[in-house]
Write a protein that binds this ligand. Structure first.
Ligand code: SF4
Length: 415
């Protein structure tokens, strides 16, 4: 692209990144994208021409391997990659996501680098505006980019996304990290069974299973809204805080209706179907029901909120489940993992924090000592972040050393 001030601006259409998800220690781009590079930035756009990634070129940022990613909900996430050798061990990924909203992170920067994003976005808006007037060759693409990537358009696209998918998702299952959180949320339930006192992500709504025609409507709207961006989908989040409580038949029916979201997908491998479960919902499934889930054209990944193995701690958390139920559900999860490896996986959440009753800590340490590599992985969710950063990090290391099964931190990410 020529013109004064535009010498080193280049447009690359229809680029293809990795078609498989990697655990990489370098910035990987997945699926199909378009790109505009300037002396300072690499701007990458979705197939529909909406900005998706921004990365500073060498010399622009202190850690030039860091990048920003825009979720289709309009939220930006900063992928911090510099100076955290322990990231892969703590999170299972080689970067640390930093969110512009309150979360429970105990690693990496405590503040989202908003100024850095604002400067990069200003550069993007300037480049696109100037490029449209001088670049003929890629005019159609640049006009689309100019239309969709103003401050107001990006905000509106984020709002529209929430309208189409039936609302804001206050938390995603931790297993969505395996597809870089490139999931389409389709809510199957509202509310949850327990309404625990400690929970910061719960919905005030009573538990309700959404009828299949509502699910179908969301699928239709999302398909229309995302268009060619469906190429890059890693999976579906069957939403709500306890989708498995809808019952296995309904989960299977809803999953089948989500199949059309994946028709244009360019990513290789079996798509993920991510959902949350409570211990009670998980224990209700018969072996026939597990078999039916395993036969879906998805890799079904269920995240079960166990929270604690200690009855006093469960009461302290305001969670109306007995420790016996939690133990029984974990034992079932381990058995499902053994029988359906590769088709179904279940991970477990437990809370972490210095302010929790001491018996929670001792029960957790005893528990991990008995785990083996094929057991359900454990995610630890810090109840507070800054106040307990050091405690949570030390505790994670201690538990990882004792556990035979994977143990990671669970960062609460929304969509
Ligand atoms: S922890 Fe899970 S079950 Fe408890 S209130 Fe929060 S979302 Fe509901």
């Amino acid at each position: 692209m020529g013109g004064k001030g535009q010498e080193e601006v280049r447009v690359h259409l229809n680029r293809v990144g990795s078609l498989g998800y990697l655990k990489a220690s370098w910035p990987v781009r997945y699926g199909a994208f378009h790109e505009i590079t300037t002396p300072n930035y690499q701007f990458q756009f979705s197939p529909e021409g909406v900005i998706r990634f921004i990365q500073g070129r060498p010399g622009t940022w202190h850690h030039h391997a860091d990048w920003f990613k825009r979720a289709p909900s309009g939220e930006w996430i900063y992928y911090s990659s510099g100076g955290y050798n322990g990231a892969a061990s703590a999170l299972g990924e080689h970067y640390i996501p930093i969110f512009p909203y309150a979360s429970n992170g105990v690693l990496g920067e405590t503040v989202f680098p908003q100024k850095k994003l604002d400067v990069a976005l200003k550069s993007l808006f300037d480049v696109v505006e100037n490029a449209v007037s001088i670049e003929r060759e890629n005019g159609t693409f640049l006009r689309r980019v100019a239309r969709k990537n103003t401050f107001g358009s990006l905000k509106r696209l984020g709002e529209l996304f929430h309208e189409k998918v039936g609302g804001f998702q206050s938390v995603l299952p931790p297993d969505c990290r395996h597809v870089d959180y490139d999931v389409v949320p389709i809510p199957l339930v509202e509310g949850c069974l327990y309404h625990c006192r400690f929970c910061s992500v719960k919905s005030a709504k009573p538990f309700r299973v959404r009828p299949l025609d509502e699910v179908e409507q969301n699928v239709f709207w999302v398909k229309e809204f995302l268009g060619k961006d469906l190429k890059n989908i890693g999976g579906v989040f069957l939403g709500g805080h306890d989708a498995l409580a809808a019952g296995p038949e309904r989960v299977v029916q809803a999953a089948k209706r989500c199949g059309s979201l994946l028709e244009a997908r360019c990513m290789k491998g079996v798509p993920g179907l991510f959902l949350f479960s409570s211990p009670d919902a998980l224990l209700k499934l018969s072996w026939d029901a597990w078999q039916a889930l395993s036969e879906l054209p998805f890799f079904v990944q269920i995240n079960m909120g166990a929270e604690s193995l200690d009855s006093k701690t469960l009461a302290w958390l305001g969670r109306p489940t007995s420790a016996e139920t939690v133990f029984a559900a974990i034992s079932r999860a381990d058995e499902v993992m053994r029988r359906y490896a590769g088709d179904l996986s279940i991970s477990i959440n437990m809370v972490l924090g210095r302010s929790l009753p001491p018996r929670h800590r001792s029960s957790l340490h005893r528990f991990v000592e008995g785990r083996s590599p094929l057991n359900a992985p454990l995610y630890l969710s810090p109840l507070k972040d800054r106040a307990e950063r050091k405690f949570c990090r030390d505790e994670l290391v201690a538990l990882k050393r004792k556990s035979g099964a994977p143990v990671y931190l669970y960062l609460l990410q929304q969509l």
